[in-house]
Design a protein around this ligand. Sequence first.
Ligand SMILES: *Cc1c(COP(=O)(O)O)cnc(C)c1O
Length: 457
Amino acid sequence: MKSITFPIRYHSTNRNLPREEVHPTVAFSDALFKGLALDGGLFMPDRIPTLSPDELTALTGKPYSEVAYSVLHKYLQTEIDGDDLKKIVTAAYDFDIPIERLDEQTHIMRLDQGPTASFKDFGARFMARMMAHLRPDEQEVTVLVATSGDTGSAVGEAYHGLDGFCVFILYPRDEVSTIQKQQLDSIGDNVEAVAVDGKFDDCQRLVKKAFTDSDLAGFNLTSANSINIGRLLPQIVYYVYATINTSEYPQPVIFSIPSGNFGNCLGCELARRMGLPMGRIIIAVNENDEFPRFLQTGVYEKVDPSRACLSNAMNVGNPSNLARYFDLYGGILTKDGTINVPPDMKAMRERFTSTSVSDDATVALIKEMYEEKGILVEPHGAVGLEALRRFREQGDTTPAICLETAHPGKFSNILEEILHIEIAPPESFRKFSHRKNHADRLDNNYASFKDYLIENS
Ligand SMILES: *Cc1c(COP(=O)(O)O)cnc(C)c1O
């Protein structure tokens, strides 16, 4: 008997798409190109497919691209031909994913070997290829992305030279590192860097506003931010890959995840729901502590303006993807951070631990890791390791995997100051040291941004 596979559809986290205008759920390709739902909410799959223990075991020891295929095929089998999906994941994931043992109970997974040396490459490279595959012929697409550093370069590199795509990367002028700025400003061609006189949250506000502006409807705007479902799905894969490839499998493991906009840790929660054996998820944040406070008190107060910390890709005071957590736990959170329906706090507290790590504690951890173990971590990874260390102090000995989300060489200025050693840039950075740099400058003002877009698209 032939089994019928129903497509997975996507609903808005606001759960109030106007029914007279659109069907209340959309197909993957609509969610991919629209980025945000019409009501301003984020798209979520209306069901989460599962991987059986046998399927998981069969993937043990297999190359990353095979794991990626098996996980993503579950979501996309009605959207893309299996062979095409295979080609996409093989091309997207052509770099190493090292998993190193730190001590008896702890591994560190390095997601920093891609072309822009942060985990953002995992989402961006898949999303760009899926969009190129699903783009209707002759339709020019304008990609808008707000970045606190790493997203912009990952997205820019992923779309660089792709036919039919024009990309604008907005970043906070004074909050990215020298290397990050060089990475962003040097991509060129169809990728324009825009230095905004504001913070990351301001960049994000400008981008979000453009999406709801009907005057810009003709530009086929699409978002490449971590809110895009096309980035979220591939971020499930490395949790599966890591879990089945440590010697503890099939025992449950804990993940500790340095988090900002919460897209990465959401991949972990989806992986758990797909059937991975998993203990707690530790959501590690810097001094932007809105989420740990929320878990404790049930009251959500965003940090506005967000605090500038060493782990600058995590300087987010109101994480967009939090709305998706609310959705998974039966709540509704608006994009301004208002709770319309409270989530199941009890269930959330059972699943998640969240800890805020100060810059001082981040620096101390970086020193300790280097001086005692000879292991180099950068500020984002350090926040995750410190959060795990604090969790362990409560006596939990479940095996854990910490994510290192960027290459230490990307933060060599900070690390050299802390450790007094010389740190080489990531291998992949050689190529843009020869490239020309250019960025357009923009006020933190929607009217100027809109004029700029109309002139330059
Ligand atoms: C983006 C980023 C993070 C935060 O990830 P989110 O998905 O936004 O939570 C952490 N570390 C690095 C290096 C990043 O680039």
